[in-house]
Design a binder for this molecule. Structure first.
Ligand SMILES: [Zn+2]
Length: 289
């Protein structure tokens, strides 16, 4: 009898409490502002990707929105500790949920900005084909209303923020937010350090374009510091190494394909945590043949 009761109880326990405990765990790190200069902060912690905050003369620009109310509220509270200037702009670096989910908790008069392709991707179905939640009319006020194609400058009084687009990579709508005074660029998810780069093929992302896009960024911007959604801040060397690693992987996949290897044989030549990226590169090469 005892044994039977256990068998029934364990799955119930797992189903009821596991998601809760995971959620609790992920929310334990409070939002923290890491100072880069008197005007610029990197936003760490909370649920969702790392972002940024820029304090201008007459208002604040936030980079990426976290993904739940608690974290978004913490971002707003941290801003209030630094300045009484209003949050005027929120720039979404791209359309992934961990960067845009919290938009709805930043109320008027915040203006949402993104690359024009990112705005389109708000409505893109998920990887599994589920329709986007942003089709819901209630969320319409939180979809970017200001978009750009190649470059846009945003002035907060005398302070200039540059929004750049260098091409396809992680998605088709990845913006780079550049602060010339600080020589610091925020890349969103165009850079993963210490783990394989995520490329969203289903949103039109492409690893070969990613290399071209990051190379163009390095050639164009005078930046020295690069902040990204899921990695520590890095310098120009960090970007160059990332590009070289990606090229190396692509070259190896290409030569294995030329030797007639199939996908699982190619994957077995790489580390397990690279599998998703290697599959993406494999498909990109196959599709271009
Ligand atoms: Zn992300």
């Amino acid at each position: 009898m005892k044994k039977k009761a256990k068998i029934v109880l364990i799955p119930f326990f797992i189903l009821s409490f596991m998601p809760y405990s995971f959620a609790q765990q992920r929310e334990t790190e409070p939002v923290e502002f890491k100072k880069i200069s008197d005007s610029l902060y990197e936003i760490l912690g909370g649920r969702g990707a790392r972002g940024g905050a820029y304090i201008g003369d007459d208002g604040v620009l936030i980079i990426d929105a976290k993904m739940d109310q608690k974290s978004a509220d913490q971002v707003i509270e941290e801003v209030k500790k630094i300045t009484d200037k209003p949050i005027k702009y929120l720039c979404n670096t791209h359309s992934d949920g961990d960067h845009i989910g919290g938009n709805r908790y930043f109320s008027q008069p915040v203006t949402f900005i993104a690359h024009e392709n990112c705005r389109k991707e708000f409505f893109h179905p998920g990887r599994d084909g589920t329709p986007s939640e942003w089709n819901n009319p209630e969320l319409a006020p939180f979809i970017p209303s200001l978009t750009f194609r190649d470059k846009m400058d945003v002035y907060l009084g005398s302070k200039k923020v540059e929004l750049w687009y260098f091409g396809i990579g992680h998605t088709t709508g990845d913006a780079v937010v550049y602060f010339p005074e600080e020589k610091t660029a925020f890349l969103g998810d165009q850079l993963f350090l210490g783990r394989a780069q995520l490329i969203h093929s289903y949103k039109g992302g492409n690893s070969f374009e990613h290399v071209r896009t990051l190379t163009k960024m390095l050639e164009t911007l005078d930046a020295e510091n690069f902040c990204s959604g899921h990695s520590e801040m890095t310098g120009r060397d960090g970007i160059s190494n990332h590009i070289e690693q990606m090229k190396k992987r692509q070259g190896k996949v290409k030569s294995l394909i030329e030797k007639g290897r199939n996908l699982s044989e190619v994957k077995s030549e790489f580390k397990e945590d690279e599998a998703r990226l290697i599959e993406t590169v494999f498909n990109e090469i196959k599709n271009s043949l």
